[in-house]
Design a protein around this ligand. Sequence first.
Ligand SMILES: [Mn+2]
Length: 429
Amino acid sequence: MEGVIAAYRFVHAADVHLDSPLRSLALRDSDLASLVGNATRRAFVRIIDLCLDEQVDALLLAGDIYDGDQTSMKTARFLSEQLRRLSEAGIRTFIIRGNHDASSRITKELVFPDSVKVFGGRAEVVAVERETGDFPVVIHGLSFTQPQAPESLIGKYKAPVSDAVNIGIMHTSLAGAPGHDVYAPCSLADIQKTGFQYWALGHVHKRMVAEGPCTVVMPGIPQGRDINEAGAKSATLVTILDDRTVQIEECVTSLAQFERIGIDVNGIEDWRSLVGRVSHFLEAARQEISSDHLVARLHLTGTTPLAWRIRRDIDLLTTEAQERASVIGACWVEKLETSCQPAHAIAAENSSDPLLELRGLIEREVIGADAFQADLATAADELRKKLPAECRDIFGADEATSRDNLALLARDGMEDALARLHADQKDEH
Ligand SMILES: [Mn+2]
């Protein structure tokens, strides 16, 4: 159309981690395992579908398409097929590599359609083809070739092209994010000072958006892989309007979303009502989510005379919750936890119940004792040595967190043991 300046539109995604292996041992249910196992691919298909539906100009992938050196040729072929769908629709793809792609040899061998630009180890700026009269758009990219990048990469990018809309793609841990390796660290302020209009970031799996003269987006992983990547996950649809202002829209891509659900069972006295309450919370959570499937971790709290039984029969309650979930549909329970307290434990300080006395004794004399703490730390160290490198933060990444978590585990162990003793005591009567 004459006289009308065309907007520039693209989808920005990152950290697809295609075919990432299942990380949760809790996913023992084979149907759930296959759902979550295929979800990274299906989320990626959704990203491609979004590009096609919205007829965008390009797809920007800001690193970690693959999950690491285990990537198979099958995964690479899947990626190539999907990108060909874009190519056939005249949509370009711009890719940088992330720390997880660096160790994958296949990325380097695979031949993509011509419409796909994979940035190399030197910063480059690519001018996008536009109609005469449209504002010029350039895309800056850089793939760091090593799995570690201890220094900021911002300085390596080229200066903004004057008069053009400058879009940068970068893989970075920003100022640091818990659970993520430090990678090309830099501050948000430094990024905003570059004079670019949009920065397409990747690496941190949690979404972050900063708007202003320079829009900076970390879209997060498009499909969570375990409870630590909970919530709906997305890609970002970006429109640069004819006046060059940037508009963003979050588009959900996750097929299944992990959620922690706290369930207050305070005052519930019979098993049937308990299952009813759990089912009610599951159904409400299922209604609320924006992904197709809910994968729930349930945590029961409150004071109830069922506290002992919940703890002792947690496997049965988990199975009941899973059955309710399957009736609700597209709903799964990956784990059920309890921190419920028995009603009388609080009131009966001077009770003659030997188990309550024992509980008080353990709490007062054992759990807090230095000797016990030391034994616990030694046992944890022994266990940690036997674990693969990626699991060594199992009790926490630093000493204080680790100590707190071990204390929680010790308390949990005490409750488990008491629940068993309580059940045996009942059986004798
Ligand atoms: Mn990364």
